[in-house]
Design a protein around this ligand. Structure first.
Ligand SMILES: *[C@@H]1O[C@H](CO)[C@@H](O)[C@H](O)[C@H]1NC(C)=O
Ligand SMILES: *[C@@H]1O[C@H](CO)[C@@H](O)[C@H](O)[C@H]1NC(C)=O
Ligand SMILES: *[C@@H]1O[C@H](CO)[C@@H](O)[C@H](O)[C@H]1NC(C)=O
Ligand SMILES: *[C@@H]1O[C@H](CO)[C@@H](O)[C@H](O)[C@H]1NC(C)=O
Ligand SMILES: *[C@@H]1O[C@H](CO)[C@@H](O)[C@H](O)[C@H]1NC(C)=O
Ligand SMILES: *[C@@H]1O[C@H](CO)[C@@H](O)[C@H](O)[C@H]1NC(C)=O
Ligand SMILES: *[C@@H]1O[C@H](CO)[C@@H](O)[C@H](O)[C@H]1NC(C)=O
Ligand SMILES: *[C@@H]1O[C@H](CO)[C@@H](O)[C@H](O)[C@H]1NC(C)=O
Length: 757
């Protein structure tokens, strides 16, 4: 009881501490329509449309979201002693403000952070920032009307902004003519301790890197020029001045037109060496700077050796989206080496071992979105990563990979994450079981039907491997593969149902079982096992000679494709036999349904060819095709006749056209056929969106066999060809025979099970 009371009084005390002493007194009233909040005895004031005249005492942050009814900012706006405590001020206007007058902020003696974003600002007084001695951050993002010339004048006033460390000029000069960013801009900055310069989306003509490095070389740590736009060129320093303290250099997505021509590409790349002035940046971001579609970049041979820099371990190099398709050059040995490299989305077909070999400190690499499947033909693929023994994270997704060399990860014992998603792998046939630190293996979106026993045993080994004291947590992800649950994959299904290996998103996995999509669970396992029995029964019932018994062993061992093809041939054979002994399963083989508007087309291209081809295949096949108006008895109700005709056919063919989709009569036929669960072939006379199909057809669209008429210069041809279409028709008809007989087998099996239970 005591302790509860204590706890309650503690909570009350804390509430009191955080709220009571700070409640606004009438003296410190919050300006009308603004929001005031407090933290650590200091106020934050946020106003919607106007600059408040006076502030609660001890206000350190003021923001005005969109200043209205006012065209200039001047000293009068801050003419109250209460402004002296403000450390951070943020003013925006996307309508009215056009001018900042001289000494506008000089009463804000404590200001350290100033953000001004005025969409229509045109005039910036050269003395706008005078007296701002304590300002460390000046954020002038989105002042597209301000030119570099105006800004450099405001930066040049003596005895102001001596403490400026961060200058943010996002989108500067966007609304003006281009201007050079040269010594007149950089020299005034030389006296300031500037370490962060953001020129994102700025617009300029020539960039003078020489005066840039002379002025800021020693202090600058972050340069962001991403998405900037330059119509001129880059003046490279003559004496190779570098930026020794540069932490981040980002020129991703810049538009520098000359870089995008073949001359520019070559120039830019030859600069990318120890002469490149920003080469010492710990993080170098050069994404999408050479992204021209016209010029694929192919690098062959050696880059030049230069004594300009020494090999150092740097953090990160980004070169994504640059259309480098062939990388078989080598870095100079004295070029920096990187721990993280992003070469994604380049369409790289060849990556030379000289490059990966140089990157011996590599921990993280993104190779996604390339075409490294091209490497599969070269033996050097197997040793590509053998020097990258520190590698922990690797993304090889979206590379069209079909066959990864067995030992490609042999030396990458430290790998923790391996992403192989969105390739064309049909299994894991490369060694992974030695990757004791592996935590994530992602093979989603591939062509994996099942994992073989060797892959499964690797998973088990990884999931139980312990490294020192700590056991790692291995997980595998293989969503979006067309998994197969069948006799051939029983081991895999059993593993899935029983294993302790962590499977990411385990409950979403489905597989194809008898062509249906089902969740993988114990029932699925039972059904897959049962498939094996069924396969045996079918084969035994078919096999009569000793040779077939050998075939039996073979068939069970072979993959599903062979099995499927065999089954198809078997179905057709059985159907043909039925016809041979003049015992067809139905009166008609198929019912051909089409719209009267397609009469001419069907008569000319479909009926005769279809009859002829089927008669060739089926002995004694006279009444193979039932066609509306020829077969219907005169005088009877037409609907009744259709139903009869459908019931008497093994397979349905719909000739689908736009007219077909619009006629109710045909819709009726599709419904009848569906009710009767007839196997169905859709033959498209013309392109029709699946959505436009009659509902029942649309719903089962993917289950149907489909063929398409293609018109080329007035000549119609069928895709797939008639032979394949006829094969499918015969197979479907044969399958309906089979489902009758397997149904019988199933029934007896169940009866047996029941009598044993
Ligand atoms: C701006 O001025 C107009 C008239 O001059 C007035 O109607 C409007 O309310 C004012 N808006 C603000 C936000 O003060
Ligand atoms: C603001 O600055 C002006 C000019 O320096 C001065 O006259 C005025 O007294 C200052 N206001 C306050 C509240 O300090
Ligand atoms: C502003 O900087 C000066 C030194 O330049 C310092 O004495 C003063 O305390 C600073 N004022 C504030 C409010 O930080
Ligand atoms: C600069 O201002 C913009 C717009 O208000 C803001 O999004 C951005 O975060 C600011 N940058 C810095 C470094 O404060
Ligand atoms: C540079 O600016 C862009 C756009 O704001 C941003 O996405 C990027 O992260 C910035 N780079 C650095 C290194 O801050
Ligand atoms: C890659 O470069 C090396 C060394 O320059 C050369 O021997 C090899 O033939 C090149 N490979 C291809 C596929 O061009
Ligand atoms: C790797 O690169 C791809 C393609 O550019 C990108 O989608 C993905 O987010 C990258 N991965 C990481 C972790 O940066
Ligand atoms: C590049 O690789 C080849 C072998 O493929 C080797 O002989 C050559 O020395 C390497 N060049 C460099 C600069 O590493």
């Amino acid at each position: 009881m005591d302790s509860i009371l204590k706890a309650i009084s503690l909570v009350v005390f804390m509430l009191g501490v955080s709220f009571l002493p700070h409640a606004l007194t009438t003296f410190d009233a919050c300006p009308f329509s603004c929001k005031c909040s407090s933290e650590n005895v200091q106020y934050e004031v946020v106003c919607p449309t106007f600059i408040p005249q006076s502030l609660p005492s001890n206000t350190h942050f003021v923001q005005v979201e969109n200043i209205r009814n006012k065209s200039t900012i001047n000293q009068q706006d801050f003419n109250s002693a209460s402004w002296a405590s403000v450390k951070e001020l943020s003013l925006s206007s996307n309508t009215d403000i056009e001018e900042i007058e001289a000494n506008a902020f000089s009463n804000l003696t404590g200001l350290s952070h100033l953000h001004i974003h005025f969409t229509y600002l045109k005039n910036l007084s050269p003395s706008a920032f005078s007296d701002l001695q304590n300002l460390s951050l000046l954020n002038m993002s989105e002042n597209g009307g301000i030119s570099f010339t105006q800004l450099k004048e405001a930066l040049s006033i003596p005895n102001s902004l001596q403490n400026l460390q961060e200058l943010i000029l996002v989108g500067l000069n966007r609304d003006n003519y281009g201007e050079s960013v040269d010594s007149t801009f950089f020299e005034p900055l030389a006296e300031k301790p500037l370490r962060f310069l953001d020129l994102t989306r700025a617009f300029f003509t020539v960039l003078d890197v020489e005066s840039f490095s002379n002025a800021l070389g020693d202090t600058i740590q972050v340069i962001n020029m991403s998405h900037s736009f330059s119509v001129g060129k880059v003046i490279m320093p003559s004496n190779h001045n570098l930026f020794p303290n540069l932490e981040i250099f980002d020129i991703s997505f810049t538009t520098i037109p000359w870089m995008k021509t073949s001359v520019g590409v070559n120039l830019a790349l030859s600069y990318f060496d120890c002469y490149f002035p920003f080469v010492l940046a710990n993080q170098l971001k050069l994404n999408a700077i050479l992204d021209s579609k016209e010029f694929q970049v192919r690098l062959n041979g050696e880059t030049r050796i230069s004594a300009n820099c020494e090999r150092q371990i740097r953090k990160r190099l980004e070169l994504s989206n640059n259309n480098f398709v062939w990388l078989n050059a080598s870095f100079s040995p004295n070029f920096p080496t990187y721990q993280e490299v992003d070469i994604s989305n380049n369409g790289v077909m060849y990556l030379g071992a000289n490059i990966t070999g140089h990157l011996s400190e590599l921990v993280w690499v993104n190779l996604s979105g390339n075409k490294l499947s091209h490497m599969e033909q070269y033996p050097e693929f197997e040793t590509l990563f053998q020097k990258n023994i520190l590698l922990e994270w690797m993304d090889l997704s979206s590379n069209g990979l079909t066959n990864i060399p067995r030992n490609v990860f042999q030396n990458n014992n430290k790998l923790k994450t391996l992403i192989l998603a969105n390739n064309k792998l049909n299994g894991i046939f490369f060694e992974i079981k030695h990757l004791q630190h592996l935590e994530v293996l992602d093979v989603s979106k591939n062509l994996i039907a099942f994992f073989d026993n060797s892959a499964l045993s690797s998973f088990e080994i990884l999931s139980s491997s312990e490294v020192g004291e700590t056991s790692t947590f291995f997980s595998v992800q293989f969503t979006e593969n067309e998994l197969l649950c069948s006799c051939e994959t029983v081991d895999f299904v059993r593993w899935f149902v029983t294993t302790n290996v962590m499977i990411k998103n385990r409950d979403v996995y489905t597989c194809y079982l008898n062509k249906e999509v089902v969740l993988i669970d114990t029932n699925t396992l039972k059904e897959s096992k049962y498939q094996c029995e069924k396969t045996k029964i079918i084969i035994i019932s078919v096999c009569t000679s000793l040779a077939c018994i050998g075939l039996l062993g073979l068939t069970i061992g072979l993959g599903r494709y062979i099995y499927r093809r065999r089954r198809k041939i078997e179905r057709i054979r059985r159907l043909v036999n039925k016809y041979r002994v003049a015992n067809p399963p139905n009166k008609y083989l198929l019912f051909l349904s089409f719209c009267s508007k397609d009469d001419d087309f069907v008569s000319q291209y479909v009926i005769d060819e279809l009859r002829h081809r089927l008669q060739e295949r089926l002995p004694n096949g006279e009444n193979l095709v039932c066609i509306g108006d020829q077969e219907f008895e005169l005088g009877k109700f037409i609907i009744e006749e259709i139903i009869k005709c459908i019931e008497a056919s093994s397979v349905m063919i719909f000739v689908v056209s736009k007219a077909f989709c619009e006629s109710n009569y045909c819709e009726y036929e599709t419904i009848v056929a569906q009710l009767d669960r007839k196997p169905t072939v859709l033959m498209f006379r013309e392109e029709v969106e699946p959505k436009k199909l009659p509902k029942v057809l649309h719903k089962h669209f993917n289950q149907f066999v489909r063929a398409r008429w293609i018109q080329d210069d007035g000549v119609y041809s069928l895709k797939p060809d008639w032979d394949k279409v006829c094969d499918s028709i015969l197979e479907l008809a044969g399958k309906s025979l089979e489902s009758e007989s397997t149904h019988k087998i199933e029934q007896t099996e169940r009866d047996c099970e029941r009598s044993f239970a």
